[in-house]
Design a protein around this ligand. Structure first.
Ligand code: GLN
Length: 187
C-alpha cells in the first residue's frame, strides 16, 4: 500500500488529500505531514500551493528541511511547492530546498494575469490538461536531468525529475486526476 503524505503546514491541504485519495482509489493511504516522523512513513509527499515564504518558514521551524533533502520518496510540488523545491529562486527571503534542478520565478505572471486558466499540452497525456494558475511561479531554466512536461510562451510550467514532479498550477482544483496518477505511476 502506497502512503502519500500532504505537507499540512499552510495552503490548500484538503484539496490535495482528496485528489490523492481519489487517485489511489483505496490502493493506499493519504496522511498529513507536519514532522520528520510523519514524512518517514511516506512513499511520496505533496507540497501544496499557498504562500511559499510562509511554508518555507514552517518547514524550517518543524525540522522538515533536512528531512525533505534526504527523503527518498517522490515529491509532488505544486505552485508554492514548486518554488520551495527549486534549486534557485528570485527571492532572498528563504533558501529553496534544492531538490528539483529548476530556476523558479515567484509570481511570474504579474498583476494582469494574476490568476488564469489554460488548456495545456502535457507530455504523456493524450488530451490537454485544464490548468488553474493562481499567482503562479514559472521555471525559467531546467537542468539536464529534468524532463519538461509543459510550457507556456513565458516559461516552463510542468517538469518531472526522477520520482518528483513540479507544477506551476493547481492540478488538485481541476477535477482531473491524470497528473496525480502519472506521479503515482512513477513512484
Ligand atoms: N505566489 C505564491 C508564492 O509564491 C504561490 C501561489 C500559490 O501557491 N497559489 O508563495
Amino acid at each position: 500500500r502506497t502512503v502519500v503524505g500532504v505537507l499540512a503546514l499552510q495552503g490548500d491541504v484538503s484539496e490535495h488529500m482528496r485528489a490523492f485519495a481519489d487517485a489511489l482509489g483505496g490502493e493506499g493511504e493519504v496522511v498529513e505531514v507536519r514532522s520528520p516522523a510523519d514524512l518517514e512513513r511516506c512513499d511520496a509527499c505533496a507540497i501544496p500551493g499557498g504562500e511559499s515564504t510562509t511554508i518555507a518558514r514552517l518547514i524550517a521551524e518543524n525540522g522538515l528541511d533536512d528531512a525533505f533533502r534526504v527523503f527518498e520518496g517522490g515529491i509532488f510540488a505544486t505552485c508554492a511547492g514548486m518554488v520551495i523545491v527549486a534549486v534557485s529562486i528570485n527571492d532572498t527571503r528563504f533558501r529553496p530546498l534544492g531538490i528539483v534542478d529548476i530556476d523558479v520565478e515567484r509570481n511570474a505572471f504579474g498583476r494582469q494575469r494574476d490568476s488564469f486558466e489554460a488548456d495545456l499540452d502535457v507530455t504523456g497525456l493524450d488530451e490537454p490538461f485544464h490548468a488553474v494558475f493562481i499567482r503562479a511561479p514559472l521555471a525559467s531554466a531546467a537542468g539536464p536531468g529534468v524532463e519538461v512536461l509543459a510550457s507556456l510562451p513565458s516559461g516552463i510550467v510542468a517538469v518531472r525529475q526522477g520520482r518528483h514532479m513540479a507544477l506551476s498550477f493547481h492540478p488538485e482544483l481541476s477535477g482531473d486526476l491524470r497528473l496525480h496518477r502519472m506521479f503515482l505511476a512513477g513512484l
